[in-house]
Design a protein around this ligand. Sequence first.
Ligand code: OGA
Ligand code: MN
Length: 286
Amino acid sequence: MKVRHLTDAQFGSIISEIDLENLTTEQSKSIRSLWNERALLIFPEAHLSKQGQDDFALMFGELEFPRIAISNVGKSGFIHEDPDDDVVKVIRGNEGWHHDSTYMPIQALGAVFSADIVPDKGGLTGWADMRAAYEALDIGMQEKVQTLSAYHSYYYSQGRDGYLPNEQNDDGTYNAYGFHDGEACLRPLVKIHPVTKRPNLLIGRHAHNVTEMSSEESEEFMDGLNQFACAESRTYFHQWREGDAVVWDNRRLMHRVTPYDMSKPRRMWHTRIAGNPNTELAENYR
Ligand code: OGA
Ligand code: MN
């Protein structure tokens, strides 16, 4: 296998000359250790099968859910493009920087993500390095964020952006994935990576109501922090080719999709790797 580190940011490697569905024990070991070190591994034109993608994800941990489509292509080729369509709202929500499943009691460890149908323009996936972001804060700010926690909720992020589903239960809840009905999950703004032991920011669009701040103060503070953290120098945007596959470390990186013309089909496959309850459980669920 051939490994080439991305050079613009402090994370990410491109791995080629490898068969992800027939890995040797040694290759599996190198990939897991590279993943902890580089946080994003890109496998150009890997063309994983459904089972192959889930099996590859299982190398990193149990699954939060097996492969699902993240797509505006519906049944029999119907394209979801109406801004008021619930499928469109989920996709548009992904345009904001986020860690996956921080609104669930156990945040995700990572994801295996692959491209099936790619639009000509837009629809890139970007990642941002929250370890580099933490390290770029001045000491005073590092000390401040170390003392703070924030609630994470999909009600908050989708609500703020105007993307709540049309279909709502009588009690105000939703059945769509991520609308967790328990108490919103409280998480420290600084996460110690369980393997590297290096601190990184844990922030993004789902985080709100920082402890010890009013809602307004918190929103302004988090908007500023998110913007600083995701400065261009700490990001990488991948222009997909059909068959490309990646695995990212959701403990350290945030990600987002760039806008695309929703009348054009895009289909990505997402297998979500479950976090470890010892290290990815919300503070108020321990
Ligand atoms: C996701 C996500 C981004 C993309 O599937 O969790 O944020 O590029 N996707 O589709
Ligand atoms: Mn996501």
